[in-house]
Write a protein that binds this ligand. Structure first.
Ligand code: FEO
Length: 175
């Protein structure tokens, strides 16, 4: 049984995950346009993962006997200066998502809604991983740089992250 406040929080998160997917899908399209195969594959895969997150919450709300609701999803940014701007935006966006997930965890705990508190723990762990990943990519950009062949090597490195995520199964098929 979900309180009306919890349904609102979870619906807001559904929207944010949907928006996140669009943000990364659009970034992937930009990367593809720039000929950056590794970044395209990483960002597109990330977009699929976000849809998995959205569905995970959607299903939870449904299973609790409530109706999930979609709201207005803003248009994502579609033009970027360079790859550094992309991954800085990814990192900032993931920090925002983490704050929202923690808000849900806090509200669930305060309301003694242990089912939701337990459910949201998966997202707490996932956010930790996603922030770490974005920070690792920014570190590589800082070390290698984007000048000369730097961009080529960064694209290769980001492509390796995508391959590793893919081998790990990701969570695009979350139910
Ligand atoms: Fe579902 Fe990357 O937050």
């Amino acid at each position: 049984m979900l309180s009306p406040k919890m349904v609102d929080l979870l619906n807001a998160q559904v929207n944010l995950e949907f928006f996140s997917s669009n943000v990364y899908l659009q970034m992937g399209a930009w990367a593809d346009n720039e000929g950056l195969e590794g970044c395209t594959s990483f960002l597109t895969m990330h977009a699929d993962e976000e849809m998995g997150h959205m569905r995970r919450i959607w299903n939870y709300v449904q299973e609790a006997g409530e109706m999930p609701k979609l709201g207005t999803i803003p248009e994502p940014q579609n033009s970027f200066k360079d790859v550094r701007e992309i991954f800085e935006a990814v990192y900032e966006h993931e920090k925002l998502v983490t704050a929202k997930i923690h808000e849900i965890a806090h509200a669930a705990f305060e309301a003694k809604d242990m089912a939701t508190f337990n459910f949201i723990q998966w997202f707490v762990a996932e956010q930790h991983e996603e922030e770490t990943l974005a920070r690792n990519i920014l570190d590589k950009i800082k070390i290698i740089g984007l000048d000369g062949k730097g961009l080529y090597f960064i694209d290769q490195e980001v492509g390796k992250f995508a391959a590793a995520e893919s081998a790990g199964g990701g969570d695009a098929s979350a139910t």
